[in-house]
Structures are given as structure tokens and as C-alpha cells.
Write a protein that binds this ligand. Structure first.
Ligand code: SAM
Length: 481
């Protein structure tokens, strides 16, 4: 694969003999040729520039000298060519363009880079070669700043393209996960030995040897970093590229993946004004948790008696009740400019809601630190006190699999982990969930719950069988993970 660079400072391109690109040249994968533009100047002084037409400061590079040089370089083997003209006024160079150029080289085209200096190259040069058959002109900027010449841009482009060519990088897999790679994310943090350095440890998961967990962790941290540093990149990810775990990570950043794009999500403690919203979402979600065969009349009666606005008003006033509400937000703290279909931020504080509640959690907190948990199995199996009960964790069915439930549960854990009973931190949380509801059981197991027992209770005529699950609270980090 052939690359030509035309410059008035051939020595500037010496780094192309080093490292990855240098090795690729030695291995015969890349044929890079550097040409001195002045070889095509016609006067004694080898002049390549002249004063700007119309006046003004500086000098402009002459089209006749460039034309002679480029004609000669392009004619060399007659292959189709991309003529790359670095200029701060060009299209932004990106990993995507690097991939395009690498593919063009692989398909047999050449790359010719025309390095300008002074005020740049007479504009007719790009215009002319754009009309030459077999030549595609790309005017490319490597960033919003002005360099003294195109040589550094040539080095940047050639290095970025070369490492994408087959055989140049030993392990092509690294091209997928790296920043701006095929995954479309920034890469997360990376570590090596020593495992402990100046009081900083390599995260334990990376030492676990569990490859699936490590891959999942890396993907999660890549998403975290992209959300925090380059949220504009998120909009280029299609919903199909985001699996359930990805959606959970995004939901924890306050972003809900919907078919229309990313939407701001808000999870907050419910207040006295939320009784009606809670009753509405509770009524819409309760039936989902009932085992098959539950009579609609029994469900209706339960909703009427226990999930009414009045019932929630009582819960909201109860110091032994902790309720979190998930709702569509009106703003998002980051800048999602450029991401598809995202509600524009109004620069507010993210406190508004723009629709009905999406889900809620309700936890019961003991009033005294040594109160026994309200379940005999938990009482027998979990020695620590105090223990909270997660009584409800419901999400509207259209958001199942969206990561919303994971985010809501994580928020509930973080909320509970931050609470104390008479100054004693909550040690654990337990819940009962329908024995036959495998989806719910898997969901809670993923969130760190383990089964410790069973219980039975009646709704109308139907006897319900629950498994009882427990999760310690001490292991929750700030994000509730
Ligand atoms: N007068 C030009 C303008 O304002 O657009 C700037 C000319 S610059 C001083 C000289 C040369 O440096 C350009 O012709 C180009 O080859 C190169 N150059 C400068 N900044 C660049 C950038 N951000 N990306 C690519 N090439 C750049």
C-alpha cells in the first residue's frame, strides 16, 4: 500500500521511519515516499510561494509548482488516488475517516498528502484535482487550531490509518474496544502491574480471572466514561447496540434508552405531593407481579385497598417507609448535543418531570436497630441488624429490559445504604418475590440477592408462594452497584 507525502520540509516526516509505521514499512506492508516540493520549482531560488492575490499578509503556495509536483507523483503508477490536503478549514479528521482511508488503501488506491505552509496552497489546486478522473480530493483538518504547516497533520493521518491496515497491529481485537473504535465508545480505564501502587489498587474484578465479568465491567466503564466525557457520542449508538446491562448503566446516569432515542430519566425520593402519581403507577404495575391465575377482581380489590392515593399518602407520612419514584426528566446534566432524538437540555437543574411516573420502590425501615426482620427465615439466617424490607420494586411493562428497574433498584440500595436506625447503618435488605416469576428472581440475583427461604400468603382465594431473598448493604458503592 502506497502513501506519498509532498512537503517543503522532507525531514519533518522522519518519524515515519519509527515505531509501528516504521516497522510496517520495513515489513513491506507500507510503501511511504517523501517528496520535496522544491524539486518542481523552476527558478534558481526554488521558489514555491508568492504574495496573496488581492493583497494581505503572508504568502500563498503557487499552483503551478504544486501542479507539476502532483502530476508527477500521481502519474507514477496510474492507480486511483486520494489527494489529502491538510487545512484547518477542512472536514474534521476522525477515526471513521481513518477507517475509510484504510479501506481505500486496501482496495488498491494510493494516498497522496499535500502539505501546505504559509497561508496555504492556492485554492485552485484542490479544485483542479477534484475534476481529475481517478483522484478524490479530501481537505481535512486535524482539529480546531492552526499549525504552521501540513506535516504534523500528515503524520497524524498516516499513523491513524496505518494502524488500521491488516498486519500492522498484532492484535486486531484491540481496534474494537479502543476509543472511537467499532464499539463507538471511549475506552474505559486500563491497568497493569503492580497491582497496588501508591495506595491505588487495580479493581478487583480485573484480578478475578472471570472473563465474562471482566468484559462486562470494561463495557460498563467505557459507557460511564463516554457518558461523562463525550455524551455527544451516545447518539450515534443505535438501540440495537445497547444490551440490557448497557441500558442499566445508562439508566444509572439518568438516561433511558427508548425507540425514539435517549431520554432523560430522573429517580428521586417521593414527597407528599406524589401520592396520586404513585397510586397510578402502582395500579398499572401491580398485576405484572401477580402469579398466573390471580383473579382480576382480587387484583382490583388489592389495588383499591392498598395502592390508592390515600394508602400512599399514609406511606409517605410514615418514617418507616422509604419510597423512590422514577419519572421522565425534562433535562439531563450532560450535553447530548448531536445525539439522536434527545430532549434538549434547558440548562436547568434536572428537577422537572415531563410525564407520568415510570416505576417506584417502597422499602420498610425498622424503627429500632434491633427489631427483628418481618420474616422468620431472614431472622434465622441473617445475624446482622437492622434489616430493611424491599416491599415494592415495580416498573411499567414497556420499560422492562430498559435498565430502568436496575437503576431504580440500585438507587434504592444506595438510599438504604445511606440510612441509619438510631445511628446504626442498615446492614441488609430482604424481599419476597413470587416463586414462579423466574424473571424477577434472576433480576434480584443479578443485583446481589440470594435466596434464604420461602413464605406463603393469600390474595383472595389464591395462595401465593414467594421465595425470600437477602442482600447485604455494606457493599453498595455510590452508584448503588
Ligand atoms: N491560512 C490558513 C487558514 O486560516 O485556514 C492557515 C494556513 S496554516 C498557517 C498553514 C498550513 O498548515 C495549512 O495549509 C495546512 O497544511 C496546515 N494546517 C494548519 N492547521 C491545520 C489543521 N488544524 N489541520 C490540518 N492542517 C493544518
Amino acid at each position: 500500500m502506497r502513501v506519498d507525502v509532498v512537503t517543503i520540509f522532507p525531514d519533518y516526516l522522519a518519524p515515519l521511519g519509527l515505531s509501528l509505521v516504521g516497522k510496517a514499512r520495513q515489513a513491506g506492508l507500507l510503501d511511504i515516499r517523501i517528496h520535496d516540493l522544491r524539486d518542481w520549482a523552476e527558478d534558481r531560488h526554488r521558489t514555491v510561494d508568492d504574495t496573496p492575490a488581492g493583497g494581505g499578509p503572508g504568502m500563498v503556495m503557487r499552483p503551478d509548482v504544486w501542479g507539476a509536483a502532483l502530476d508527477a507523483v500521481l502519474a507514477d503508477d496510474g492507480a486511483p488516488a486520494v489527494l489529502l490536503v491538510p487545512t484547518p478549514a477542512g472536514e474534521q479528521f476522525s477515526q471513521r475517516l481513518a477507517h475509510d482511508l484504510a479501506a481505500t488503501l486496501e482496495a488498491g488506491s494510493r494516498l497522496v498528502v499535500a502539505c501546505g505552509r504559509y497561508e496555504g496552497i492556492d485554492s485552485r489546486v484542490a479544485e483542479h484535482y477534484a475534476s481529475v478522473p481517478g483522484v478524490a480530493v479530501r481537505e481535512v483538518s486535524i482539529g480546531d487550531y492552526v499549525l504552521g504547516g501540513g506535516e504534523v497533520a500528515a503524520l497524524v493521518v498516516i499513523e491513524a490509518v496505518a494502524r488500521l491496515l491488516p498486519g500492522v497491529i498484532g492484535n486486531a481485537e484491540s481496534l474494537v474496544e479502543e476509543s472511537h473504535g467499532l464499539a463507538g465508545l471511549l475506552e474505559g480505564p486500563v491497568y497493569t502491574r503492580p497491582l497496588a501502587w501508591r495506595g491505588l489498587e487495580v479493581p478487583a474484578v480485573l484480578r478475578s480471572g472471570d472473563h465474562a465479568r471482566i468484559a462486562r465491567w470494561r463495557r460498563g466503564r467505557a459507557l460511564d466514561r463516554t457518558v461523562e466525557r463525550r455524551p455527544d457520542m451516545l447518539g450515534r449508538l443505535g438501540p440495537g447496540q445497547l444490551d440490557r446491562a448497557d441500558r442499566a448503566v445508562l439508566a444509572q446516569h439518568g438516561l433511558l434508552v427508548t425507540p425514539e432515542g435517549l431520554r432523560p430519566l430522573r429517580i428521586r425520593p417521593a414527597g407528599p405531593d406524589d401520592a396520586a402519581a404513585l397510586a397510578e403507577v402502582a395500579a398499572a404495575t401491580f398485576a405484572l407481579a401477580c402469579p398466573p391465575g390471580t383473579e382480576p377482581a382480587d387484583i382490583e380489590a388489592f389495588v383499591r385497598d392498598h395502592l390508592s392515593p390515600e394508602a400512599f399518602a399514609v406511606h409517605l407520612a410514615d418514617p418507616g417507609c422509604a419510597i423512590l419514584l422514577a419519572e421522565p426528566g425534562t433535562t439531563w446534566s450532560g450535553d447530548l448535543a448531536g445525539s439522536a432524538g434527545t430532549t434538549a437540555s434547558d440548562g436547568g437543574d434536572g428537577t422537572g418531570s415531563s410525564g407520568p411516573a415510570l416505576g417506584y420502590t417502597l422499602a420498610r425501615i425498622p424503627l429500632h436497630p434491633d427489631d427483628a426482620p418481618g420474616d422468620p427465615d431472614v431472622d434465622a439466617v441473617v445475624p446482622q441488624r437492622p434489616v430493611a424490607e424491599l416491599s415494592k420494586c415495580y416498573v411499567r411493562s414497556e420499560h422492562h429490559g430498559s435498565g430502568l428497574a436496575d437503576a431504580l433498584l440500585a438507587a434504592a440500595h444506595a438510599d438504604l445504604a445511606g440510612r441509619t436506625v438510631d445511628g446504626v447503618p442498615l446492614a441488609a435488605v430482604w424481599l419476597g418475590t413470587n416463586r414462579g416469576n423466574r424473571r424477577a428472581r434472576r433480576f434480584y440475583a443479578r443485583a446481589g440477592y440470594r435466596v434464604v427461604g420461602a413464605r406463603r400468603f393469600r390474595v383472595g382465594a389464591v395462595l401465593h408462594h414467594d421465595v425470600v431473598m437477602v442482600r447485604p448493604l455494606g457493599t453498595v458503592d455510590a452508584a448503588g452497584r
